[in-house]
Design a protein. Structure first.
Length: 261
């Protein structure tokens, strides 16, 4: 009797008559929960090992107009986050093509629990990072990346109802309040109605910090007419911007200075 030899099922797969060994490519035919978690772990590993070109291949990230800019920003994200500390907790299925992976770790200097959306794209699982909002793209693609720890200046013209905008320059703080002195104007027959809030640019996308502060009414750039607000609940960290939303039904103009300690 001839001896029978069994080929372990986990070592080789036969597809269309060809043999394929295991690779790091995550295919959609796998269990969605496991495939999504594997995709996230591969991204964490690539970032911690400073394989930034490989990391860009594992994601869909429309915040950056070129791979060179994306890699440059990922290098920065790696310098402020500890990707070796990231630990996957669970994965929940939204549908057969979308999974939410929950993890905890040091993101932009803050120990926190976060979620990543992972989606099946062209038969592979990709992390969906950031957003493609024009305001996001404008804020994160300034000609030069600058950090201004003591003071930052912003100005805006014609902000429409309900849209979020972000200051271009980033700033850092040691954990004290972020103060804004500025002005806003909606015209002689209308009142400006704007909220201001701190938002942090992380590899995941925008993360709002603390409560938004509403400022109602028109003001001018005259020294005695400007508004002054304090945004609290902002931990020590970097890559902060101001998130500005106009709630008036007409366009609003404005400008201001941002102060930190």
């Amino acid at each position: 009797m001839k001896a029978k030899f069994l080929v372990p099922l986990l070592s080789l797969s036969i597809i269309g008559g060809a043999f394929f060994s295991n690779t790091s490519t995550i295919h959609a035919s796998e269990d969605p929960h496991g495939a999504a978690k594997l995709a996230v772990q591969e991204f964490f590993d690539a970032m911690s090992e400073e394989n930034f070109a490989e990391a860009t291949e594992l994601v869909v990230d429309l915040r950056y107009p070129s791979t060179e800019k994306q890699i440059s920003k990922y290098e920065h994200y790696n310098s402020v986050s500890d990707f070796e500390s990231m630990k996957i907790i669970e994965a929940s299925l939204k549908d057969e093509s979308n999974v939410v992976v929950t993890f905890e770790g040091n993101v932009s200097g803050i120990e926190s629990k976060n979620e990543i959306n992972v989606k099946k794209v062209n038969n592979e699982w990709k992390l969906i990072l950031g957003d493609d909002d024009p305001a996001t793209i404008a804020a994160l693609n300034a000609p030069e990346f600058t950090t201004q720890a003591m003071v930052d200046y912003y100005s805006f013209t014609g902000f429409n109802y309900g849209r979020a905008h972000y200051t271009i320059n980033s700033f850092s703080t040691v954990g004290n309040a972020v103060n804004i002195i500025g002005w806003q104007y909606a015209g002689t027959q209308y009142h400006a109605d704007v909220t201001y809030q701190v938002a942090q640019d992380s590899f995941l996308g925008w993360k709002t910090i603390g409560e938004s502060e509403p400022v109602y009414g028109n003001s001018t750039s005259a020294a005695g007419d400007r508004f002054s607000i304090s945004l609290t609940g902002v931990p020590a960290g970097s890559d902060y911007h101001i998130r500005i939303v106009n709630w008036a039904t007409v366009p609003v103009d404005g400008a201001g200075n941002v102060y930190t300690n």
